[in-house]
Ligand binder design. Structure first.
Ligand code: NAP
Length: 170
């Protein structure tokens, strides 16, 4: 999705090794072209957290960007390395999750919430995007009077790769 593809681009610009998940092999190939190092199809590999551990010598990822919510949170906890950060952004599959606290406690994880970020965060992001010459991946641009169509496209789920954008005339 939009958050994940921007995360991939920023993480590669920061020099990270990136593991990305999708239900679509075609999307995974597009993510690979953007620099993703490891691809996991979460439909074909429902225990994708186990695959993350396998790819990281049993440790897990230092930073997990969690956009799924209900269906993914427990696996995201499992996929996070000791001392790592579980950045909790989204709730695509629901906002409620049953959590086993033990792995969070034992691995001393930092579970960090996020609500869009501040104006200064946005300035930092814009600076990073400019410095690394990141070209945002825009799937489709809608005009404001196409709002209903745009939201329906998003609600259909998984049709787009990268961002859906409203183009504004200034
Ligand atoms: N906290 C914040 O500041 C903030 C900011 C922006 C967005 N959000 C939230 O973050 C979430 C993602 O936003 P987005 O713009 O990236 O949405 P999006 O573009 O619609 O992407 C969502 C993606 O989630 C994946 N997905 C769906 N079901 C899944 C499952 N069961 N397991 C794993 N992945 C699954 C799908 O990927 P594939 O199609 O590749 O399978 C889908 O394309 C939303 O809940 C949004 O409200 C929060």
């Amino acid at each position: 999705g939009g958050v994940s593809i921007f995360t991939l681009q920023l993480a590669k610009a920061a020099g990270a090794t990136v593991i990305i998940t999708s239900s679509s092999d075609e999307k995974l190939e597009r993510a690979k072209a953007l620099g993703a190092d490891h691809l996991i199809n979460y439909r074909a590999t429902p225990d994708w957290d186990g695959k993350v551990l396998e790819l990281t010598s049993g440790l897990g990822a230092d930073l997990v960007v969690e956009t799924g919510g209900t269906a993914t949170f427990a696996r995201a906890v499992n996929a996070t390395a000791p001392g790592g950060t579980l950045f909790t952004i989204g709730f695509v599959t629901g906002a409620e999750a049953t959590v086993n606290l033990l792995p969070i406690i034992i691995k001393a994880l930092k579970v960090v919430g996020n609500n869009t970020g501040s104006v200064s965060d946005l300035r930092d992001a814009a600076r990073a995007i400019g410095a690394a010459r990141i070209e945002p991946v825009v799937d489709k641009v809608f005009s404001p009077d196409e709002a209903a169509e745009a939201y329906a496209h998003m609600a259909a789920g998984g049709l787009h790769f990268g961002k859906l954008v409203f183009g504004l005339e200034w």
